[in-house]
Each structure stands twice: as structure tokens, then as C-alpha cells.
Design a protein around this ligand. Structure first.
Ligand code: NAP
Length: 243
């Protein structure tokens, strides 16, 4: 039986690149999405044609426990197991401090942090029986924050990093749990940032360029693979190096 990966937020950006990369290695792929049904279905059709893998597209809000439960049940019904979970779904709502609201702060924590906890909780019920790997998508913002406009997002990602360590302890030795902490990656999440701001940000990057989604996906794949069999409970920074 082939291996099965679930990628949350697999309908675009880093999640889409991760879906395509795992499919290229022969994984059957579950693409979780929230609003991007057409994109998810198109990606699924493409990778089925290109790599001959099986796919399943499932809408679920990762912050809603019942939806997560139903999603995981559907995957087990179709594929019988989940070998790799990539907790990638995430949002940012960047604003001045003066207009930050409790509801937006909660929404960010609910999706980025509670969502990671919930999907891990329900997937682990099956994964603990046969072993597997979880890779969480954190952020360099969760390590070293320097703009207050994203304090809510930064707090959520710091939470994802420490949750990673705790889940690694909780699920050992059957499931390894690690995280990636990407820096600036060119995805739809960043497409509205203005050119001058991005020019200034680029000056802080040793490689002098922003990252591509596939460059994060490759590290996610490595952390989930046998090659990382002794890597556990850690956060790998993928940011081109910071000056
Ligand atoms: P993106 O292009 O905005 O994609 C976000 C993905 O998350 C989409 O597939 C979206 O699904 C999904 N999503 C949003 N809310 C969801 C929910 N409630 N339930 C399920 N899925 C949901 O973002 P990205 O840049 O690829 O980011 C992916 C991850 O990397 C995020 O966790 C982000 O914080 C992290 N990250 C990104 C960067 C960067 O520079 N881009 C840097 C560090 C960390 P739909 O489109 O279907 O709604």
C-alpha cells in the first residue's frame, strides 16, 4: 500500500508546492482547503495525471473540531491510514495596533495554533498505531518578531513552535514531530505587500532574494522522510539566512 499525506491548506502557496512534491514521490495526497475548492480540484487532477497517484480534496476549517473529525474519518475510510501530516493552513491579518481586534486575534490563533493542535490530535489516533511524521509550518515571525503589525500572527507561530516540541514528546517514539520556520516566501499571502517594503526586507536576507514555495516544500519533505529519522521536536529555519 502506498503512503498517504494530508496537507492542510493544500490549495495554494506553500501547501500547493508540498502537495505537488509529495505526489512526485508517489504519495497519495489529501488536499485540505477552506475556500479554494476549484484550485484544489485542479491541482488534484493535474497530479493524478502527472504522477498516477490517488487524491482526495476535502473542505474543512481546521479550527472547527467537528469538521476536522469528519475530514480525518473520510481519509481513513478512503485510504485506510495517514502516514504524513503537514499542518500548513494559516492566515495573517496585519494591521496597526490601534485597530487590532479580539475577534481577529482569536481567528488567527484559532486557525494557526488551535488548528495545528486539532488536526494533530485526530490524525494521531490512527498514526500512533503504525507510525508516521508530522511537520508543522511555523514562521521566523514566531522566533524573532520585529514588526508589531503582526503581533497576533507572531504569537500564533511562536505557539506552533512550542506545540511542536510538546507533540514530539507526547507522540514519541511512533510519530516524529518537527516544524519549518519559513522567512519571506513568494505566495499569495504576500502578493499585496508594496515594492518599497519588499526591497527593504530583501536587504536583510543573506541570499538576497525571497524564497519560493518549493524551497519550503523540499524541507518539509525531508523532515517527513526516513532521511530525518533522528530529527525530532525541532524547528528548521528556511529563510535564506538573516543578516
Ligand atoms: P497562502 O497562500 O495564503 O495559503 C494559505 C492556505 O491556508 C490556503 O490553502 C488556505 O485555503 C488555507 N487556509 C486558510 N484558512 C484555513 C482554514 N480555516 N482551514 C483550512 N485551511 C485554511 O499562504 P502561504 O504563504 O502558502 O502560507 C502557508 C503557511 O506558511 C501558513 O501557515 C503561513 O503562516 C506560513 N508561512 C508563510 C510565509 C510566507 O512568507 N508566505 C512565511 C512564514 C510562514 P483556501 O485558499 O482554500 O481558503
Amino acid at each position: 500500500m502506498g503512503k498517504v499525506v494530508l496537507v492542510t491548506g493544500g490549495s495554494r502557496g506553500i501547501g500547493e508546492a508540498t502537495v505537488r512534491l509529495f505526489a512526485s514521490y508517489g504519495y497519495d495526497v489529501v488536499i485540505n482547503y477552506y475556500s479554494g475548492e476549484d484550485r484544489a480540484i485542479n491541482i488534484a487532477r493535474e497530479i493524478e495525471g502527472e504522477y498516477g497517484v490517488r487524491t482526495l480534496c476535502l473542505k474543512a476549517d481546521v479550527s472547527v473540531e467537528e469538521e476536522v473529525k469528519v475530514m480525518v474519518d473520510k481519509i481513513i475510510n478512503k485510504f485506510g491510514k495517514i502516514d504524513v501530516l503537514v499542518n500548513n493552513a494559516g492566515i495573517a491579518i496585519d494591521t496597526d495596533f490601534s485597530v487590532k481586534s479580539v475577534s481577529n486575534f482569536r481567528r488567527i490563533i484559532d486557525i494557526n495554533l488551535i488548528g495545528t493542535f486539532l488536526v494533530s490530535k485526530y490524525v494521531s489516533k490512527d498514526m500512533l498505531k503504525h507510525g508516521g511524521a508530522i511537520v508543522n509550518v511555523g514562521s521566523t515571525n514566531g522566533i524573532d518578531s520585529y514588526y508589531t503589525y503582526s503581533m497576533d500572527y507572531d504569537a500564533s507561530k511562536a505557539g506552533v513552535h512550542i506545540l511542536t516540541k510538546n507533540l514530539a514528546i507526547e507522540f514519541a517514539p511512533n510519530i516524529r514531530v518537527n516544524a519549518v520556520a519559513p522567512g519571506w516566501i513568494m505566495t499569495p499571502m504576500n502578493e499585496e505587500l508594496d515594492d518599497d517594503f519588499m526591497k527593504e526586507e530583501k536587504k536583510r536576507i543573506i541570499l538576497d532574494r525571497f524564497g519560493e514555495p518549493i524551497e519550503v516544500a523540499k524541507v518539509i519533505y525531508f523532515l517527513a522522510s526516513e532521511g530525518a529519522s533522528y530529527v525530532n521536536g525541532t524547528v528548521v529555519v528556511v529563510d535564506g539566512g538573516r543578516k
